[in-house]
Design a binder for this molecule. Sequence first.
Ligand code: PGA
Length: 250
Amino acid sequence: MRKPYIAGNWKMNLTPSEAAKLATELAAALKGNDRKVMVAPSFVSIPAVVNAVKGSNIIVAAQNVNDHKSGAFTGEVSTSQLADLGVKDVILGHSERRHIYGESNELINSKVLFALENGFDVVLCVGETLDERESGNLEKVLGDQVTIGLKGVAKEQMSHITIAYEPVWAIGTGKTATPEDADSTHKVIRKMIAGLYDESVAEDLIIQYGGSVNASNVKALMAKENIDGALVGGASLSVEKFLPIVNFDK
Ligand code: PGA
């Protein structure tokens, strides 16, 4: 039985004080709730958010991390810097990292391996652009993102991996994949994982859907067999919008 996992990617939104306020409200709203919930604030907001959610079971994740221990990497953040703040989770390969900042599958793979080696849990994002989908390349694109992204990840490490399927054309656009489309793509991804590892790894893998998830569409998405969670952008920026997503089944 896969445990639902709802994550909020705050992207480059909220100042540290705004982020702390939202995290405090969220922690209060989720008191006693055992849903697996994560929020990913900007790096500068992480200390305030870690502090605000202390005593709750909200996971605080980073939105990115470097694949080197330390050194001359201006503007980058290391796993040990995050770990020192109590952060042990990271989102990698988000489409904005891939498409705006040119992160390749190979770089993302290097980050995945380094993060795992350093004790992090990883949400690996994959997803096709509209062009890639319309030109019939969906499975090839996802296949590369999954296969290269997870290259060298041992079977035993797969319990530390969550995959987030986020079709690029659905992110921040108000367009969502239909629950049926998303489910069938998740099924394709699960099959890829079975091929790379085995059926039991594939069966246990949490696959989140992301792309304009909101309170109105989350229930239908989560009702699908292969959709195990959500990675939420815009609708994670207020308790009013995020709470009904977290509590999709209540
Ligand atoms: P969105 O973003 O919910 O605003 O579409 C999702 C994401 O990019 O993770």
